[in-house]
Design a protein around this ligand. Sequence first.
Ligand code: CUO
Length: 691
Amino acid sequence: MTNTDLKALELLFQRPLEPVFTTRDQGKTVLELPDSFYTDRYRNDADDVSNRFSQNVELKIPIQELARKPNLDFAKKLTLKNQFSLFNSNHQEIAGKLIQLFLDAPNLKQFVSLAAFTKDRLNPVLFQYAYAVAIAHREDTREVPITNISQVFPGNFVEPSALKDARQEASVIADTGNRVHVDIPRNYTASDREDEQRLAYFREDIGVNSHHWHWHLVYPASGPVAVVNKDRRGELFYYMHHQILARYNTERFCNNLKRVQPLSNLRGEIPEGYFPKILSSVNNRTYPSRISNQLLRDVDRPDASIEIAEVERWRDRVLASIDQGFVENSSGQRIPLDEVTGIDILGNLIEASSTLSVNSQYYGNLHNQGHTIISFAHDPDFRHLEEFGVMGDVTTAMRDPVFYRWHTFVDNIFNKFKTLLSPYNASQLGFDGISVDYIEAKLGASNAQANTLLTYWQKSSADLAAGLDFGPSADGNIFASFTHLQNAPFTYTFNVTNNGAKRTGTCRIFICPKVDERNQPLRLEEQRLLAIEMDKFTCELLPGENTIRRESSDSSVAIPFERSFRPIGAAYQPKGADELARFRFCGCGWPQHLLLPKGKPQGMLFDLFVMISDYSQDAVQQPTNTPNDACSTAYSFCGLKDKLYPDKRTMGFPFDRRLPNPSLAELTGAFSNMAKTDLKIVFSDRVVDKA
Ligand code: CUO
């Protein structure tokens, strides 16, 4: 791939609402379009506008004529100003066709042309989504980084008055270096009269929401089979969202709130209101709000229609199938829900993936349509001409308290299935001759106390320039500062004795809350559902004593801050192909700054748990000729690009199923390859500037 091709592809992520012929890359570059690419609005003035925007640029990239202009009628239902929802079946279908169109482009130049041609003719969010999926899946775009969604559509992530200040700063102060950072306020969605507001720092975190978008980008529910049918994607849908809930519930205990109540009754009022205040750049309106105690209703709108009774029917069918131990496919064949593949089948059928569900007609589209009903609660029959609320959009859904209620309902269905399986037995849990003798987690300072970790607020900044449409043309960087939870880096140390020959193990680290919000001790059966995966990695065990050390920053669930908020533009990109691929795929991953729950000012106790399992039972044989690891950092949540999920055990092992002992202490007492210790997390309520 030439640098120019790379540049052209990258520029199409910038200024998503501006016509494709305007300057990009801080006013330095312009795409030179064939005349036939101009939309009707500009066709008569094509020479004028192209001359105007090509003055003073450093680089003009000529765009090839298309061999054949695509027919875009399939996308007509979604106008340029509609909101695009991945939970909406019509929108999913449109996106699937567009992705296929992009994948079918015969070569890189034609793909660039196709993208440039379609960009101004399609809904901008639909375009950005399908474009990013295509780049992630085309062979010839392996080296192209996908710009983080928070930078393409900053309005979906930050309080909008900050964007106004950012534009103003950019138009008044020409020298990028002299611009002040625009401050994004904290806690702007509600006052402390609303208890749920205590969790706003988690729900409205930019890294959390961009991870969620990235996950759904890497694992689309529908579209070309080659893109959708990834190894264990249904199981990962369950597991990634289950882990989000474990983290959210634990975070609630830290803030003296009880666990999330499932939204099991779709006929009752929803006490939690939510007023997002963020602005959709597509139509320049704020996302609609939901008042407290809103009742859900059947949705009957031109863009979506679904009855609550239908969702209830699907729920009952899924639950009945779990009780029976099998599902039925569309030709009436019974497929057993066994302990290995059952969860994957259920994940695809409950989400639902229309491409992979064993029987879409019968089991329906439970989780997605729940999002739809909730997202239209404020205007179910379109009488007020309002679009969906934040629950309709994967970039914004996690901001809303009801997201966790709906997902708890969904998660409970999966947990019900898992609970029906027999408890793990000794041969599954044990690792003969391996004993974990000592474990600790410790901060870097030499005088630090073992097993006391620290959280605090940090002020960081991100460059939002790429997504600010219609700003000054030579705008340069626009930095916005925001405050988020952070944890001080720490190191795990484990002493392990191996009484046999040299072996390999998988080290699995979790933390579990010990008590609930009322200080009541949690039983193991409760703890296992709240167990937070911290890390997972293979370790070599030599005969005799071994000391294993692992940095918190190497976690297999998280990605570093810099990867969530990487600067945009060629100057910042890594040069090597491998590094670039990592740069791209690895936008998926839990934000490192939320790796630890907040804890409490006086300290909050957790169980730090480690298990070393037998790698010979965990190993996955990857198919030959798969490319080098594009990204192995957040594989627990995101898998590996173009590879099998790298752990043969069911996700969440050993906490995904019932355990043979009543308490964690008895479990670790019974199995020498496990150990636990008390871990204290101390929260310090101060804001530290990022160095
Ligand atoms: Cu990620 Cu409901 O699946 O939001």
